[in-house]
Design a protein around this ligand. Structure first.
Ligand SMILES: NC(=O)C1=CN([C@@H]2O[C@H](COP(=O)(O)OP(=O)(O)OC[C@H]3O[C@@H](n4cnc5c(N)ncnc54)[C@H](O)[C@@H]3O)[C@@H](O)[C@H]2O)C=CC1
Ligand SMILES: O=CC(=O)O
Length: 321
């Protein structure tokens, strides 16, 4: 009997590896699972490998009878899984930390540079035939080198962004983080901890979000906090859409203090607020943070390591609950 189900297609190399070692069921047309399909998956498979798009909330996880014993998530963020209900129902949850850190940090820097240098606007001009040639006042952006970057969540990805910004662009690094960090985590960054977002935001030319999503950080960047950002500054979000209040973000772009925003994640993905789609001062990417072949294969191998350990009765290396 098939024991493992993937809710989405993985890169061919890791699907092949999985098939060599286990009995696996796939989602051949790669459609997003409905809540009903997720419930059926939990009823029919001992191991389900979901992704960020699968809403494994309390209602879905409360399905009866329950066969699933392991949710081996393909991705690091687990805000789409109700961890408390999973724990109560005896379901182990694992994720794929670390292997996507560099590529997600690269994408945050991509968004930071694109928004500051108006790269999306420029590309749209060129493609639409509206570019009239070089002129001294054309599409003037904002210099990045030497500016101040505020990082919200100095975890794996936050620190990787800080390294890129500090060493590549000579930026001054400020951060907010729930606990003091070990000196080795901050080595070479010359980074300064701030006591609160309220203290950090007014000082930053750029703010990049790297905390988890979910209830605790819901609308962490709300109207009051966004209004405290420095005039002419930029917000980059590769964390989760619901960390930022979209209405407040649009107000901060319309009336200040924000000059632009670079977004990889959204409230209600993949349905992007039409007011964002209509703007020139935002760069909008389709949740591409970890989207390189190397990283997606590494994520698949990390899931494999977790389910191998689980099936062998060992502690999975990336257990969340
Ligand atoms: N756009 C994309 O494709 C991707 C997005 N992500 C997102 O990035 C997040 C971070 O990933 P990692 O760095 O690997 O996780 P991590 O756990 O290493 O770092 C997150 C840090 O944020 C801190 N934190 C939590 N709440 C905070 C708050 N209110 N203020 C400041 N710090 C806070 C935590 O203590 C933790 O140390 C994931 O949870 C996921 O949502 C991750 C990978 C790809
Ligand atoms: O958003 C992606 C993840 O791995 O988390």
């Amino acid at each position: 009997m098939t024991r493992i189900l993937l809710t989405a297609r993985w890169p061919q190399a890791v699907e092949a590896e999985l098939v060599r070692r286990f009995e696996v069921a796939f989602n051949p047309d790669d459609h997003p699972f409905s809540r009903e399909e997720l419930k059926q998956a939990l009823q029919n498979y001992e191991i389900v490998c979901p992704t960020v798009v699968d809403p494994l909330d309390r209602e879905v996880l409360s399905v009866e009878p329950l066969r699933c014993r392991l949710l081996a998530n393909f991705g690091v963020g687990v805000n789409h899984i109700d961890l408390e209900t999973a724990r109560k129902r005896g379901i182990t949850v694992t994720n794929t930390p670390g292997v996507l850190t560099d590529c997600t940090a690269d994408l945050a820097m991509t968004l930071l540079l694109m928004t500051a240098r108006r790269a999306g606007e420029g590309e749209r001009q060129v493609r639409s035939g509206r570019w009239r040639g070089w002129r001294p006042t054309h599409l003037l952006g904002t210099k990045v080198t030497g500016k101040t970057l505020g990082i919200v969540g100095m975890g794996r990805i936050g620190r990787a962004v800080a390294r890129r910004a500090r060493h590549g662009f000579g930026m001054r690094i400020l951060y907010v983080h729930p606990r003091p960090l070990a000196p080795e985590d901050l080595a070479g960054l010359d980074a300064q901890a701030c006591d609160s977002l309220e203290a950090m935001l007014p000082q930053c030319d750029f703010v990049s979000l790297h905390c988890p999503g979910g209830a605790k950080n819901y609308h962490l960047l709300d109207r009051a906090r966004l209004s405290r950002m420095k005039p002419g500054s930029f917000l980059v979000n590769t964390a989760r859409g619901d960390v930022v209040d979209t209405d407040a973000l649009i107000a901060a772009l319309d009336h200040g203090p924000l000059r632009g925003a670079g977004l990889d994640v959204y409230e209600n993905e993949p349905n992007i607020d039409p007011r964002l789609l209509a703007r020139e001062d935002v760069v909008l990417l389709p949740h591409l943070g970890s989207a390189t072949r190397e990283t997606r294969e590494a994520m698949g191998r990390r899931v494999l390591a977790n389910l191998e350990a689980f099936l062998a009765g060992r502690e999975p290396p990336d257990r969340v609950v």
